[in-house]
Design a protein around this ligand. Structure first.
Ligand SMILES: [Fe+2]
Length: 357
């Protein structure tokens, strides 16, 4: 399978992964041959990329780290929890929250080769629920890399899943305002960290570290964050991990007003902000488990050749194996060879593109 931009999708191609909304309803099922109507429908839903199946990508496979079942159950729980805060101003469903976080921790712990190797393709309308779920998954992965025990992973996971719960107390017209916020509006938005802390702290069944994680997820290493302007030294480690996962997922997701960045772009931004906005050691730990060029991506190499990322190697997020398809003149090779960039230090990836041709 490989990933292409929706604008490259042509009728007749075969979908390699189902397109599913936040609560698990299938929009177009895996294996379907796309018609122009399907493509239009996907475009209308704000889907910008697709995983497809074809000859040149035969044998290239990648899997999500979390089962679809867990991902969509988590998203539907987040949706309900947020609605409860909105309409009843209380945090309900703590058993469900505990259950989904435990599922995520268990699935990740049982995987001995953790590497985020897929681009999560989401509908624009479903951003919030998918975002909370992804921040939880990315934070727990980082916690595992940091050697946290299960109890710590669960606290980190709950804090990450509910990090923005306080936003439910901010007026919708401010949260969804398309233009620039006034300084008063921005001050109100900042309060979501404190509201989130209060909501979680007041709940007997949520442990204090999770509440502290929500409180500190907008603090920045150099003290320029909010609500308290704490530096890296004084910010709770869970909050620092969640801050990185939050920014990474926000940057790589499509929004109404812009396309999501590629993982390598978000990764290099985080690295460049090490010990400025984010704890650089935690950024390095975070990035170890993210494939900066996910399997199925189309790339151009410094040799001028074009190919597909066919494999990633744990802890070497920017030196994948590439299946070379086109020569530097744009001619297709008769047979495709694969090169592991870890063994070819002089060859670099110069560009990632929407499609190969
Ligand atoms: Fe936030």
């Amino acid at each position: 399978m490989r990933r292409i931009g929706i604008n490259q999708a042509k009728p007749g191609i075969k979908l390699a992964r189902s397109v599913i909304n936040a609560t698990g309803n299938v929009l177009v099922r895996q294996g379907v041959t796309l018609t122009s109507r399907y493509i239009e429908r996907l475009r209308e839903k704000g889907i910008s990329q697709l995983y497809i199946e074809d000859d040149i990508s035969e044998g290239i496979e990648t899997e999500d780290l979390i089962s679809d079942e867990t991902r969509y159950y988590t998203q539907s729980v987040v949706k309900e929890v947020m609605n409860d805060i909105l309409w009843q101003n209380r945090l309900n469903r703590v058993p469900e929250i505990t259950k989904v976080v435990n599922n995520i921790v268990d699935e990740l712990l049982s995987n001995d080769n953790i590497l985020v190797n897929m681009k999560d393709i989401r509908m624009i309308d479903d951003y919030t629920f998918g975002h909370c779920t992804n921040v939880c998954i990315l934070s727990v992965i980082t916690g595992i890399e940091l050697g946290y025990n299960e109890l710590r992973l669960r606290d980190l996971g709950v804090g990450a899943l509910l990090h923005d719960i306080g936003k439910m107390r901010i007026p919708k017209h401010i949260l969804q305002k398309p233009g620039r916020l006034t300084s008063e509006e921005y001050e109100q938005v900042k309060q979501h960290t404190i509201y989130g802390f209060e909501i979680l702290k007041d709940c007997d069944d949520i442990r204090a570290p999770a509440a502290n994680a929500a409180l500190g997820h907008h603090e920045r290493f150099n003290g320029t964050g909010y609500p308290r302007g704490l530096t890296g030294e004084d910010t709770h480690e869970y909050a620092k991990v969640i801050a990185i996962a939050d920014v990474y997922d926000a940057m790589t997701s499509d929004r109404v007003y812009r396309m999501g960045m590629e993982p390598y772009e978000a990764g290099s931004y985080l690295t460049s902000m090490g010990d400025i906005l984010f704890d650089s050691e935690l950024v390095n730990t975070f990035i170890k488990n993210i494939a900066l060029y996910p399997v199925g991506s189309s790339v151009i190499l410094s040799t001028g050749e074009k190919g597909l990322v066919s494999k990633n190697h744990g802890h070497h997020p920017n030196r994948p194996t590439i299946r070379i398809i086109y020569d530097p003149y744009g001619e297709k090779y008769d047979t495709y060879r694969e090169i592991n960039l870890a063994e070819w230090p002089e060859i670099t990836i110069t560009q990632i593109c929407e499609d190969l041709n």
